[in-house]
Design a binder for this molecule. Sequence first.
Ligand code: UTP
Length: 239
Amino acid sequence: MRVVVSIGGSVLAPDLDARRVEDHADVIEHLAREGVELGTVVGGGGVARDYITAARDLGANEVQLDQIGIDVTRINARLLIAALGPKVDPKVAHDYEGAGDAIRRGDISVMGGVMPGQTTDAVAAALAEYVDADLLIYATSADGVFDADPNVDDDATRYEELSASKLVDVIAPMSRDAGASAPVDLLAAKLIERSRMRTIVLDGTDPESIKQAALHGEHSGTDIIPEGTDDEPSYWAQR
Ligand code: UTP
């Protein structure tokens, strides 16, 4: 079984806390010991936003800002690599081929961003498609996909389950509103729809929730079910 885990920067490194990174690394290593082939993608979080805000004030253009964001995601990826044991590829993968090669060799691969104009949400969806993953997990700071921004709207309701095309419909208007925070970006939603990738969006603050979701499909977030099937990854039934 092959799983891609996207760990938001605000989940892995809201501040520089070695213990938190270690806790996430422990879960990734546990999954690897359980026989899960793993690609991980790490976001930039608040540190990326701080750098981007400062560089914008200094007159950087949008591509330059994205490049700064990518650099921060790769620094966070290095943090996770530092915490992972000998089964990790020590290089931050800069493209899908590199990550795919590492996973096929049996190493855990860690990526950050790859190119301007997107976020690591899209990187994780593309990597999952490229390596034919059985499952894609977004460990975010929100407990799933909501019909409105739960930080702003008290009536926001979480979807327990939705189809990939419905995910695109839900995310599209959120992505148009400046400042609104969609749980995954629109490109990621479209890649999930295209690849028919079984996906879970969950609150990854406690890394234990990533373990339960990967191994058993148990979580309190949102299941995104490919169109035309409600099949679960077959390895869940074998456990
Ligand atoms: P993130 O993936 O962390 O963005 O990338 P995010 O979703 O806003 O943050 P969290 O971690 O989920 O809270 C940080 C920034 O890096 C650039 C973008 O500017 C993005 O906002 N980036 C990242 C790219 O340009 N391309 C990539 O492939 C990845």
